[in-house]
Design a protein around this ligand. Structure first.
Ligand code: ACO
Length: 399
């Protein structure tokens, strides 16, 4: 009892590089600057396929033929309508959190109860998929509905004849969105549906490994996503753009302001990535989309990007730090009429489908995550006095 002996292997901080399970959902190849869903390059998918086709790949397992795609689109539309009808009370009086993603997290928890999600452990694979698809379809209804009612506006009922992206935009703004905005948002949602074993996906899988219900998996993942180092960054990236844009067109002033931030130890939102060691392919496509959409912020974003990349290269010559998905997400979503407060919930609207694919896979694997932590507190154990011992007595006993 005097010596603390621990022969368990130590994982690197943050589990970086450790393979904790296997997956067929997809992967990120950080040194190559590419990622894939099942066997398809995601940039190719985003350029050529609909959101529904991509989600069919992830949730059903294969690229759909036109009939399958149309059926899946109808199914999602019907489930949006069903969710709106059954979740009316949740939408009418949402428990508003400090941010819209927190509001969504609470609403998702309520949705799990109202829609009757049951422990994955007790369900067969078809029933699990059904519970998850209901929640995936409910997400834009919750995002748009709670956003509107917390502002004193009425929720907009879903239109099952529309695609998921178009209906999401319509339910947010209560106007028919333009084709260009719909396609841009659809591509954004394709790009952000899944991305390897990130913190929120891992979280969803940990909860799924316990056999908990589908909503619990997604609620936990939403909590992980809400942090500024993960999905909470895009609104802060827009702030960065707007704060530095006032210095335009003086690129030297922008450069100085960026270096001053780094000098204060600040992180530049929209830059750096845990896995990519070269360009983040999502940022490249989103920059193309942002250029096509035009608007006042794209020029500022590109000037800031140039200054930030130079400053980050000087500050960290040992490590490539490039633009991540969030910088041009902010530009694209803002241009498509999405309020900055909804940037992170938009991310969540896509990512729920990725989490769902992982939850299904994890539930089928039936392995409980149960790692260890190295105990680094005081040792040896303190013998307790029998009877009503106080902290003081215990300390005395230790001598
Ligand atoms: N701005 C300034 N410095 C940075 C940035 C940044 N954006 N990113 C990394 N660094 C620095 C770190 O301060 C650290 O320096 P140090 O060694 O002197 O302490 C070094 O680069 C390595 O940083 P790590 O934290 O080890 O890198 P990690 O891979 O863990 O971080 C992360 C990845 C969290 C995304 C980080 O780059 C970051 O904080 N970026 C800003 C927030 C952001 O944009 N988040 C969205 C990520 S994309 C997504 O989740 C969808």
């Amino acid at each position: 009892m005097t010596e603390l002996i621990d022969h368990r292997p130590a994982a690197p901080p943050g589990l970086r590089g450790v393979e904790v399970t296997s997956t067929t959902v997809g992967d990120v190849r950080g040194h190559e600057g590419r990622y894939h869903y099942r066997q398809y390059d995601v940039i190719d998918l985003a350029r050529t396929r609909s959101l529904e086709a991509v989600w069919h790949v992830l949730l059903v397992g294969h690229l759909p033929d036109p009939d399958e795609e149309a059926g899946f689109r109808r199914r999602l539309g019907d489930l949006r309508v069903d969710a709106a009808e059954r979740l009316g009370d949740v939408l009418a009086t949402p428990a508003a959190g400090p941010g819209p993603l927190d509001t969504l997290r609470t609403a998702m928890s309520q949705a799990g109860a109202v829609l009757g999600c049951r422990a994955l452990y007790d369900l067969d694979p078809t029933e699990r998929a059904e519970d998850l698809l209901r929640l995936v379809a409910a997400t834009p209804v919750l995002v748009a509905g709670t956003w509107r009612t917390t502002r004193g506006e009425h929720p907009v009922a879903p239109d099952p004849t529309l695609g998921h992206a178009a209906d999401l935009l319509r339910m947010i703004g209560d106007v028919a969105p333009g084709d260009e905005a719909v396609r841009a948002v659809e591509q954004y949602l394709v790009l952000t549906t899944d991305h390897g074993f990130n913190a929120s996906t891992f979280t969803a899988r940990v909860v799924a490994s316990t056999g908990a219900d589908a909503a619990s998996c997604l609620v936990a993942a939403l909590g992980a996503l809400s942090g500024p180092l993960h999905g909470g960054a895009p609104a802060r990236a827009l702030e960065l753009i707007d704060e530095l844009a006032v210095l335009m067109p003086d690129d030297d002033a922008i450069d100085r302001a960026i270096r001053a931030r780094l000098g204060r130890g600040e992180r530049l939102m929209g830059f750096g990535h845990a896995v990519y060691r070269t360009d983040d392919p999502r940022s490249l496509l989103l920059r193309d989309i942002a250029r096509t959409l035009g608007g006042p912020r794209i020029d500022a974003a590109e000037r800031i990007e140039a200054g930030a990349l130079a400053a980050l290269a000087d500050a960290h010559p040992e490590r490539p730090l490039r633009t991540n998905v969030e910088l041009y997400t902010a530009v694209v979503l803002e241009r498509c009429g999405v309020p900055a407060g909804l940037f992170s919930p938009m991310f969540a609207t896509a990512r729920v489908a990725g989490w769902a694919a992982h939850v299904l896979e994890q539930a089928a694997q039936r392995t409980l995550f149960r790692p260890s932590a190295r105990y680094e507190g005081p040792w040896p154990l303190v013998p307790l006095a029998h009877g009503a011992a106080t902290d003081g007595e215990a300390a005395t006993d230790t001598g």
